[in-house]
Write a protein that binds this ligand. Structure first.
Ligand SMILES: Cc1cc2nc3c(=O)[nH]c(=O)nc-3n(C[C@H](O)[C@H](O)[C@H](O)COP(=O)(O)OP(=O)(O)OC[C@H]3O[C@@H](n4cnc5c(N)ncnc54)[C@H](O)[C@@H]3O)c2cc1C
Length: 466
């Protein structure tokens, strides 16, 4: 790190706006899965958009690379500085700037944690609809920069669909004020879209205007047993039809996933008396009475043999217990041992065939790998994980990651799906981007990067292939 540049950066943010203490920086150098470890000696903590602008002006002039990091919950290594870049934290850029009840919108700064923004909306009986297991740590800036998904995408869409406006600092330090709260605005290119899902490679998000929805009066949550994935896929449109499209979550879990939870997560129990090969955690929300409509829809699916058993939460505690099952799968996997993870999507209608084909393709080369496909079946996104069998050699198993990933992603391509449904590219999937996207798409991505960040200072080495 150039010491003159470091001195100018520290002066730009003042004494509270930086740290060089290795103990304070250390937690920011490793991500949640411990797959990537980085190196940085200076972390900047700007408190205002003007400070972010001053930082980027200095970095651009001096050709100093910057890695933005917010909640550090990203799962593809995008937020990790690998080469002593400046680490840019958003923990002090954390104000809720405004809520407009009539317009159903909220303006928040990039470092606001999702749960805080949800709570602010809730005080006005409004709903910030994005919901995911990392919501107590992930921030608005991180969620926008990864175009995060989560469990409510089926009804409310990805993060992109929540964004009405953005405030972005460009690589050269200029502030791009796109912070509008309009529902309709066809005045030229929709520039904010460039920065959503850009993983900090095209600009730094400093604030966002987000859409809010009416807070549902009633929420009904159920855990249904199904014989196979085809039955689960049949259940979804049926529930949608009977509730008039009010299903907000539809999550798939295999028996192997439930068993991991029962083995490793204290306080969990099987909600149903008889084991089933597959389960769906589903939820609908709306005006008073939605619970009865949802229950009737599930009972009719039971009568028709689509569902073999169902537990419907009758209290908030039961509802939380059902969600704990879904949200603890990754934790249970971690406690069980290593797994090869894939975040993929296909059309929901192809999910059953896709799962069969992927399991067969992996079994042909690594028969001992235990498949645990689970996740957001309602929007076609599966976390298609393969766990190591107990007692096997960890290093030998993990050494197969690239081969197995190639096999899984090739099957995804054959089904017209995506090799990255919601977690993004980061460093983990840069090679896949070149393999599975067309040359025209890759060229356009490179051209955008060169135009918006000609000196390659914004999160270099992430997302965009060299
Ligand atoms: C337990 C768990 C469950 C999860 N569940 C889901 C899920 O259901 N769906 C889902 O989509 N993801 C999920 N994730 C992944 C993760 O939470 C999301 O990717 C989230 O959006 C990252 O937010 P963050 O604030 O932690 O960002 P970080 O991890 O800090 O950063 C993510 C990326 O955004 C960039 N970035 C961060 N802030 C900014 C900014 N202000 N401006 C520009 N670039 C920025 C970083 O450089 C990096 O490339 C989960 C993660 C965990 C640990």
């Amino acid at each position: 790190m150039n010491q003159d540049v470091a001195a100018r950066l520290k002066a730009a943010v003042g004494p509270k706006g930086f740290t060089e203490d290795p103990a304070e920086i250390a937690p920011h150098l490793e991500e949640w899965r411990s797959k990537y470890k980085g190196r940085a000696t200076l972390m900047l903590l700007p408190a205002t958009t003007a400070e972010v602008s001053a930082i980027l002006t200095i970095c651009n002039e001096s050709g100093t690379p910057v890695v933005p990091q917010a909640g550090n919950t990203g799962l593809v290594g995008g937020q990790i500085p690998f080469d002593d870049e400046i680490l840019l934290s958003f923990s002090r850029l954390n104000r809720v700037r405004a809520i407009d009840e009539q317009n159903a919108s909220i303006i928040v700064e990039a470092g606001v944690v999702l749960a805080t923004a949800q709570a602010a909306a809730d005080e006005h009986r409004l709903l910030l609809a994005t919901r995911l297991a990392s919501e107590g740590t992930a921030t608005i800036g991180g969620l926008i920069s990864t175009n995060a998904g989560g469990v409510n995408v089926l009804r409310y869409g990805m993060m992109r669909e929540q964004v009405l406006g953005l405030e972005v600092v460009m690589a050269d330090g200029r502030v791009l004020d796109l912070l509008r709260t309009l529902r309709k605005d066809n005045s030229g290119y929709d520039l904010k879209q460039l920065f959503i899902g850009a993983e900090g490679t095209l600009g730094i998000v400093t604030a966002a205007a987000l859409k809010l929805f009416p807070k549902p009066d009633e929420t009904a949550t159920a855990f249904a047993a199904v014989a196979d994935v085809t039955a689960a896929v049949t259940l979804l449109p049926r529930l949608q039809q009977k509730t008039n499209g009010l299903v907000n979550a539809f999550e798939l879990m295999p028996r192997s996933g439930l068993e991991l939870l029962l083995d490793h997560i204290p306080g969990t129990s099987d909600p149903l008396a008889t084991p089933s090969p597959w389960y769906v955690l589903c939820e609908a929300s709306g005006a008073p009475g939605i619970g009865e409509v949802f229950q009737a829809a599930l009972e009719s699916a039971l009568e028709d043999g689509i569902v073999s058993d169902v537990a419907i939460a009758s209290s908030e505690a039961q509802r939380a217990a059902l969600w704990k099952l879904r949200e603890s799968i990754s934790e249970a996997q971690k406690l069980e041992g290593p797994s090869l993870k894939h975040d993929v999507s296909v059309s929901t209608s192809l999910a059953a065939e896709f799962i069969r084909a992927t399991i067969a393709a992996v079994a042909a080369v690594l028969p001992t790998a235990r498949p645990v496909p689970f996740g957001h079946l309602g929007d076609g996104n599966l976390h298609f994980d393969f766990m190591m069998t107990r007692g096997e050699d960890t290093a030998a198993f993990l050494a197969r990651w690239d081969d197995i990933q190639r096999i899984v992603h090739d099957v995804v391509r054959d089904f017209g799906g995506s090799f990255s449904a919601e977690h993004g590219i980061g460093v983990m999937k840069r090679a896949d981007l070149v393999r599975y996207k067309s040359p025209a798409e890759v060229d356009l991505m490179r051209a955008l990067k060169r135009t918006l960040d000609p000196k390659n200072i914004l999160n270099p080495g992430k997302l965009v292939p060299d």
